[in-house]
Write a protein that binds this ligand. Structure first.
Ligand code: HEM
Ligand SMILES: *[C@@H]1O[C@H](CO)[C@@H](O)[C@H](O)[C@H]1NC(C)=O
Ligand SMILES: *[C@@H]1O[C@H](CO)[C@@H](O)[C@H](O)[C@H]1NC(C)=O
Length: 259
């Protein structure tokens, strides 16, 4: 895959890496298991040998036009895989969740606490609607105050971007989740968690237990540790609720089910 050797992977390669990953898990034991279950790595090897190159090219092109593309893809990927269609709303982790609630959601799907912390690093890119965190700015625990864990300058910044009226669900205002390196999929997210420069209560909550806080500090300190763990955890996400054989279908047109 195109990931650079630097830990600070600039985004077109990282975005492609996500998709490429799913096509290139050939040598892992997990891949062997998946193959045994009716899935095979290299599925398109004969029917469409250019598949990977096409995906890479398409994502790179999209990134140049719209730098938010990789974040959109990662979030779509997480939601598509993590939440089964029949359980939609109640099981999407909520931005106000505490560590215990988040842990319950991840462990109920077979993920470890470490993987939960690792996957949260996806918030190193992408954007959020103001409404996902305005409670922290204006109504913290219903007190109409500001969450005291937000540093004053960052709170002022968020309030300037997201005045009270943006709390409305339909409000289109967006802010960058990682204000320092918004288009780099890197370990900056963990530095932001440590300094409180994160939008969601669920991000701050990673400091609530000694185990999760230690991982946050490790990932923040050593830029080389997180990327490989993130890649492995994403591959694991891709294996949730996989449909094989006649259970699903390969769409002829991505936008709709085959007729
Ligand atoms: C730990 C629990 C998590 C919570 C509570 C959470 C919550 C959220 C929320 C509220 C948003 C903003 C939505 C909006 O208002 O537009 C968001 C954005 C995002 N999330 Fe998460 N998330 C979690 C875990 C993850 C994981 C595991 C991934 C991927 C591996 C992920 C990837 C993303 C990305 C990439 C965006 C930005 C989307 C974009 O810019 O299009 N999140 N998340
Ligand atoms: C996720 O956590 C919430 C709050 O603890 C809980 O209501 C929901 O059932 C959990 N979902 C799963 C799949 O564990
Ligand atoms: C795919 O389906 C969508 C929605 O029905 C339609 O608008 C689009 O034209 C279709 N694309 C192709 C290539 O057939």
């Amino acid at each position: 895959m195109a990931a650079s050797s630097s830990a600070h992977v600039l985004l077109p390669p990282a975005g492609v890496a996500l998709l490429a990953l799913l096509l290139v898990m050939a040598s892992s034991p997990e891949a062997a298991q998946a193959a045994a279950a009716g899935l095979s790595v290299g599925f398109y090897g004969e029917s469409c040998p250019q598949a990977e190159a096409i995906v890479r090219q398409t994502v790179s092109k999209a990134f140049k036009k719209e730098p938010g593309t990789p974040a959109d893809l990662i979030r779509l990927f997480f939601h598509d895989c993590f939440v089964r269609e029949d359980e939609v709303l109640p099981n999407v982790p909520h931005p106000d969740f505490n560590t215990q609630q988040l842990t319950q959601n991840f462990t109920s799907k077979g993920f470890t606490v470490e993987e939960m912390v690792t996957l949260s690093g996806a918030h190193s890119i992408g954007t959020s609607h103001c409404s996902s965190f305005t409670d922290r700015l204006y109504k913290y625990y219903g007190t109409y105050g500001t969450d005291p864990s937000i540093p004053a300058t960052y709170a002022a910044y968020l309030k300037s971007k997201c005045p009270p009226e943006t709390a409305a669900q339909q409000d289109p205002t967006m802010v960058q989740l990682d204000d320092v390196t918004p288009f780099r999929l890197d370990n900056q997210y963990y530095k932001n968690v440590l300094s409180g420069h994160v939008a969601f209560g669920s991000d701050v909550a990673l400091l609530d237990t000694p185990e999760t806080a230690a991982l946050v500090r490790l990932y923040a300190k050593d830029p080389a540790v997180w990327p490989a763990r993130f890649a492995a955890a994403l591959v694991k996400v891709s294996k949730l609720y996989v449909l094989t054989g006649g259970e699903g279908e390969i769409r002829l047109n991505c936008s709709r089910v085959n007729s």
